[in-house]
Design a protein around this ligand. Sequence first.
Ligand SMILES: Cc1cc2nc3c(=O)[nH]c(=O)nc-3n(C[C@H](O)[C@H](O)[C@H](O)COP(=O)(O)OP(=O)(O)OC[C@H]3O[C@@H](n4cnc5c(N)ncnc54)[C@H](O)[C@@H]3O)c2cc1C
Ligand code: FES
Ligand code: FES
Length: 490
Amino acid sequence: MRRVVRFWLGDEPRDVAGAAPTTTLLDWLRGVEGRTGTKEGCNEGDCGACTVLLTRLRDGRVVHEPVCACIRLLATVDGCRVATVEDLAAADGTLHPVQRAMVEQHASQCGFCTPGIVTSLWALRLDHPEPPDEAEIEARLAGNLCRCTGYGPIVRAARAMYALEPAPAVDPLLAAAELWHTRLAERDTAEPLLLDGPDGTRLVAPVRLEELSDLLAARPDALLLAGGTDVGLRITKDLDRPPLIVWLGRVAELHRLEETAEGLRIGAAVTWREAASALRRLAPGLGELVDRFAGEQIRATATVVGNLANASPVGDGAPAFLALDARLELRRGDRRRELPLAEFFRAYRRTALEPGEFVEAVFLPRPSAGTRLLFEKVSKRREQDIATVSAGIALAIEDGRVRHVRLAFGGMAAIPARARAAEAALEGAAWDEAALERAVAALDRDFEPISDHRGSAAYRRTVAANLLWRAWLESRGVPVRLHAAEPALG
Ligand SMILES: Cc1cc2nc3c(=O)[nH]c(=O)nc-3n(C[C@H](O)[C@H](O)[C@H](O)COP(=O)(O)OP(=O)(O)OC[C@H]3O[C@@H](n4cnc5c(N)ncnc54)[C@H](O)[C@@H]3O)c2cc1C
Ligand code: FES
Ligand code: FES
């Protein structure tokens, strides 16, 4: 077992020994390395002030991702390169084009949020050799809050940086992909990682799937860590110090994303960012799910499976995946079993997982021809917000009748669930207003929502009913959304 975390910081290799497993990347950067350009704002992944650039190998390619250092455990940058805002300017002080554009467009006011914004723009620049459109720029900045609302100049800077072509000397990442390929491969050892902290915590990162499943079966009390966007908050906000954390991110099999004629299989370590294109290909309606999920930094860190496993009643993935009849592949030791997602959620934050069992992958069957999937999310803010009510709606209309229907909702009960009475009201019925009215009335039998700070029970009921009406209107070609996408149904 290896007891040091091995990665690159900027241009220097690092072997970090003795760090507590619960040490965050942000605390280590600022407290140990003195890289104080990376700021701490919210300490919960929301504001983007702590954004750093992570470079890693994915399927043999070098990829660059903006991530929030505040909820990212240091151990999980093992094998990567971490770059902070300090890595942008050249050694002689020449500013990087992203920095110059920010200065020239007067895009920094308080300055506190600026390093995070600069780093997000840097990641955008690396991803997009050609200037992206305004929507893409806005999407890539959604995870960076500028509290003085100076977004206009920031967006202008994002466009202006493309006019300031980076010379290879000032952007080593663009110029030296091969070099980074070699450097990252060197740091990427096949040895499991084990860290023991002075606070009594232990983190183990197995490399083989069997090691992971045997360990979890032997230690059902372990806390399984995937992307850590929920677990990280437990550590930074609740000050939780779990005795044993098992990180699945080093198991190669769990990073697999398999697209076949039957559907899409997403391994437990695949992030939303990695799955985004395949999800859109599977069902264009899933584009709304990917676009509305958090901001880029969280999408680059959070796993799709973690979003189901946390069993949140307002998680975005569950309603859409329930509507697709998703199945989970569960594993305990060497025993595997498959479970429909609809049978996974048992009670508030409780699942059908047995002690020591974990989710190896989620499988989304390809919708049959003529079936269309809609994902709807109603939240207070469009970007970077948790849903008040969300819906996954799968519909196939043939000759004016409902051939196939699945209606699943989040935020309407203690668990994400299908609206079976409303489905029954529609199945086989003529696709008309009378059927819709019956389905809307049936929703009251399906759900007894609660009132909380996000919305009252009455509000949730109204929203759920309106989402059904919206699906109906949309199927008639009525333009009902700002970000319209698809042709009419049926
Ligand atoms: C700023 C911010 C914005 C967010 N925005 C959204 C949003 O818009 N929509 C949304 O739905 N969620 C959102 N979330 C919540 C969170 O990002 C997602 O639920 C995420 O997908 C969780 O995945 P993860 O890999 O980070 O899970 P982790 O934090 O690693 O794990 C979450 C839980 O699931 C368990 N777990 C993880 N993987 C497995 C597995 N394979 N088998 C069994 N158990 C497992 C863990 O033990 C833990 O209890 C947001 C979070 C933050 C911090
Ligand atoms: S400090 Fe706000 S996202 Fe990390
Ligand atoms: S420039 Fe920092 S909050 Fe706007």
